[in-house]
Structure formats: structure tokens, C-alpha cells
Design a protein around this ligand. Structure first.
Ligand code: DAH
Length: 339
């Protein structure tokens, strides 16, 4: 019996000491001290001993149990601390590491320049007007002196919804809507989306933006138009930029002009941006046609007005030197980040 106890003691000690984690330690404890454990079996067998042997063996067995229990408790503390230290180590955060950078949203270049343009006109006393993207043929064409079968309709590849309803091809219909509602003096700009059935390439998109301008009052002249547009262009592109009016034709203005600005890259000498011309076309304009005025209930003998239409994409491309219109609509963060 004594030998058996000594053997158990040794085995238990080496098992407990050898335990590398809490689970093996627990298994070892059960093996020796559990209900069916080896030491428990010895204690259970004490009944078979003689009365002389009993206290001796009993004491010895208790010593073994105490020793094993103590070793178990100490090892458990040590292993728990190790486990905790390992966990802390693995969860350690280096607060001095740089954080992951997030992309902070910015205003789209088209919106940025639209704001700038709007601010320039607001500063000159203009108000902002709006009209629907889905428009009646009447407002998009008819009231602008472009009757059915007029050749000007062919130049604007229109998305028709029905014979009478279409996606507006220009922001000019807003002029008519404003003049129908409001008596002069009128001084508005109307920014918005326009639609043309064009194939997509570097300079064409079926959806783009225009900014319409309209001024109607007594005694408005072509000189007012020139002054307004010159102020606008110089504020947008810089004081050195020169403006040139070229005769043109639009059905809703008479006379009509296309407006060029001196190339802000080469200053007018000729370069790849202005294709060697020294000038860049940026908008269409003119004096509102008397027919358009009278169609809206404004007496052309009493009032006159000027109007203009600017392509937003174009002026943004020129402002930032962007050579492909598609970049505006692809939402590539590497492009958008640059503005
Ligand atoms: N609506 C014309 C276009 O889309 C641009 C334009 C030209 C607007 C002359 C005007 C204007 O108001 O007077 O091509």
C-alpha cells in the first residue's frame, strides 16, 4: 500500500508538472483525485486494512492528496496567468500605428463649377429657375420658334417618349416657362440636365448639363449681353481672357452669336487645347426672337431680352484640362479625388 501511494504520488506529480495547458491539468487531476481516480480508489480500499495499518496509511494518503492538491492549485494559477498573458499579447493594439485612411467625399467637379457659375450670376442679380427634364414638344421646340419639320430639330437627336413628350434637348424651354409666368424684368439662369441620343465618346454623352441664361426688360441690348458674358468669363477663367462674338444662327434668337474665349492655355497663340486656333467656343447666345417673346405674352415692342446657353461639361473640361467627358460619369475615385 505504501509503495502504491508513493507510486501514485510520483505519477501524479509528473502528470501535473507536465501539463502544458489547463485542460491537460484538469484531466490529470481527475485521473488521480477524481471520484474514480487512483488515489480515491486507495482511500476507498482502506476498509480492508488492519486497525494498526489504517492510521499510518490514512495519514500517508492524506499527505499524498494534500501534496497533489497543492501542486494542482499552484500549477493552475501559473497556467491561468500564462494563458491570460498570451491572450493580452495577442490582442495588443499599437495605438501609435497610423490609421487606415478613408476617402473623404468631395463635391463632384461638375457640381463645384456649377456652384461657382451660379455664384457669379447670383452676384450680378440673377435668380435661379428650374424646369422639368421630361418636357413637352411645345416648350422644347415649338415655343422656341422651332416648328415641326424645322431643320434645327434634326441637329438635336431627341429622345421622344410620345409624339408630344420628350426628354429636353436643351435648357432653353425654361426660358419659355419663366416668361409665361413672370412679367419683366426677368433675370434668371436655369442649370439642368439635357438629353440627346448621341453615342458615348470622349466629347459626347447622351446626358449632359447646360446653364441657360435669360434677361428681359425694357431697353435690353446686345451690349448688355456682351457685358454680362464678358464679366462671367473673366470671373470664371481670369481677367486676361478675351471674349469674341461670332455670328451664328439659332431659331430663338435674332441676332445670334457663338461666343469664343481666348485659349487660356496658350493665351491665343494656338496650341493643342484650342487646336491651333487660339480661340475656344464656349456658348451660344443672342437677342430673344420677337416671336418667342410674343408667344409668351410679352410685347416685343415694349420689351427686349438676351439669352445664352452654356454647356457645363465643356467649361469644366476646359477649366481643369480634362480631355475625356466620360470621366465625369464613371465615378472613379482616383479621378474624383483630384478636385
Ligand atoms: N439651346 C442651345 C443649344 O442647346 C444653346 C443656346 C443658344 C441657348 C443660344 C440660348 C441661346 O439661350 O440664346 O445648342
Amino acid at each position: 500500500m505504501k509503495e502504491k501511494l508513493a507510486q501514485i504520488r510520483e505519477q501524479a506529480i509528473s502528470a501535473l508538472k507536465g501539463a502544458s495547458d489547463l485542460r491537460t491539468l484538469e484531466d490529470a487531476k481527475v485521473k488521480f483525485l477524481g471520484k474514480k481516480g487512483e488515489l480515491t480508489a486507495v482511500l476507498r480500499g482502506m476498509g480492508a486494512l488492519t486497525p494498526e495499518e489504517r492510521p499510518v496509511i490514512g495519514q500517508l494518503a492524506n499527505e499524498v492528496r494534500n501534496a497533489v492538491e497543492e501542486l494542482y492549485a499552484n500549477t493552475k494559477t501559473a497556467l491561468s496567468e500564462n494563458a491570460k498573458a498570451a491572450k493580452l499579447q495577442s490582442e495588443k493594439i499599437d495605438v501609435t500605428m497610423p490609421g487606415a485612411r478613408r476617402n473623404i467625399a468631395k463635391r463632384h467637379p461638375l457640381s463645384q463649377v456649377l456652384r461657382e457659375v451660379s455664384d457669379i450670376f447670383l452676384g450680378m442679380g440673377f435668380e435661379i429657375a428650374e424646369g422639368p427634364d421630361i418636357e413637352l414638344d411645345y416648350y422644347n421646340f415649338e415655343a422656341l420658334n422651332i416648328p415641326k419639320n424645322h431643320p434645327a430639330r434634326d441637329t438635336q437627336d431627341t429622345f421622344y417618349i410620345t409624339d408630344n413628350i420628350l426628354l429636353r434637348t436643351q435648357t432653353s424651354p425654361v426660358q419659355v416657362r419663366v416668361m409665361e409666368k413672370k412679367k419683366p424684368p426677368i433675370k434668371i439662369i436655369a442649370p439642368g440636365m439635357v438629353f440627346r441620343s448621341d453615342a458615348v465618346d470622349a466629347t459626347h454623352s447622351p446626358v449632359f448639363h447646360q446653364i441657360e441664361g435669360l434677361v428681359v426688360d425694357k431697353g435690353v441690348t446686345m451690349g448688355d449681353l456682351k457685358g454680362t458674358l464678358e464679366t462671367f468669363v473673366k470671373k470664371l477663367y481670369g481677367e486676361d481672357v478675351r471674349v469674341r462674338f461670332r455670328p451664328h444662327h439659332f431659331p430663338f434668337t435674332e441676332p445670334s452669336a457663338e461666343v469664343d474665349i481666348s485659349c487660356f492655355v496658350c493665351g491665343g497663340k494656338g496650341c493643342s487645347v484650342c487646336k491651333g486656333e487660339g480661340w475656344i467656343e464656349i456658348l451660344g447666345a443672342g437677342m430673344v426672337h420677337p416671336k418667342v417673346l410674343s408667344g409668351c405674352g410679352i410685347d416685343p415692342d415694349e420689351y427686349s431680352g438676351f439669352a445664352f446657353g452654356v454647356g457645363l461639361e465643356r467649361i469644366v473640361m476646359r477649366k481643369f484640362g480634362i480631355d475625356d467627358l466620360r470621366l465625369f460619369y464613371e465615378n472613379d475615385i482616383r479621378f474624383l479625388k483630384q478636385f
